[in-house]
Design a protein around this ligand. Structure first.
Ligand SMILES: CC(C)(COP(=O)(O)OP(=O)(O)OC[C@H]1O[C@@H](n2cnc3c(N)ncnc32)[C@H](O)[C@@H]1OP(=O)(O)O)[C@@H](O)C(=O)NCCC(=O)NCCS
Length: 183
């Protein structure tokens, strides 16, 4: 399964990815925006374990964002369960040297289309820390809308933050052209 964007692809992980993954993910500005499951420092041991654990996914849930053969980021879907099973939670990060080029809004759109068309989900959502307006803008550009603010729900780096919940529904989503999705 490969999702094709403008100047990048979203694909499965493979051995060798750990080198560029470690180099690009080891960035405290990325860590500051994510849950503490994303480590800092981002070690080579962690990168190797990550690649091993996420190769040959079925179904694909966590895409490697590949620019010119290098891991420049990731976009993942967490499937909710039980009565929430038709909802997916999207998360992402991009190597800092590629920020500001519109890459992530396009990647989020592609993965959202994949989630609706291939995974049978009807709602996609994301939770953004209050100090991350850049990521809120990504979601707005990808067609998501702000639904709620969960006050004081996050503790990151010892600081209490609000979390902004964004979502898009399948019936309201304007999908990118289908020929961008293959596999
Ligand atoms: C968030 C992230 C994925 C953005 O990806 P990107 O491909 O650079 O996104 P864009 O190119 O659309 O640029 C971000 C947008 O935010 C805007 N922006 C940047 N700084 C901003 C700020 N301080 N306040 C408001 N908007 C801001 C930019 O102007 C741009 O919007 P525009 O095109 O309307 O001008 C990337 O910065 C990243 O990986 N950050 C760290 C990890 C992270 O935040 N992950 C998401 C966790 S929910």
């Amino acid at each position: 399964m490969v999702l094709r964007g403008n100047g990048f692809i979203l694909r499965d992980w493979k051995k060798g990815d750990e080198i560029s993954l470690q180099r690009n993910a080891d960035n405290v500005r990325i860590f500051n925006c994510l849950t503490d499951k994303f480590p800092s420092p981002y070690t080579m041991d962690f990168a190797e374990a990550w690649v091993n654990m996420h190769s040959d996914q079925d179904p694909m849930l966590i895409f490697a964002l590949d620019i010119g053969g290098e891991i420049a980021g990731a976009v993942g879907i967490e499937l909710k369960e039980d009565v929430y099973r038709k909802t997916g939670v999207i998360g992402y990060w991009l190597a800092e040297q590629f920020w500001g080029r519109g890459i992530m809004p396009e990647a989020v759109k592609l993965v959202t289309a994949y989630a609706f068309e291939r995974l049978g989900l009807i709602r996609m959502q994301a939770g953004i820390f209050s100090k991350n307006p850049r990521s809120m803008r990504v979601l707005e550009k990808a067609g998501y809308q702000k639904e709620a603010i969960l006050r004081n729900s996050v503790v990151k780096n010892g600081e209490v933050l609000d979390e902004h919940i964004y979502a898009v529904l399948k019936q309201a989503f304007i999908a990118p052209p289908l020929n961008q999705i293959s596999g």
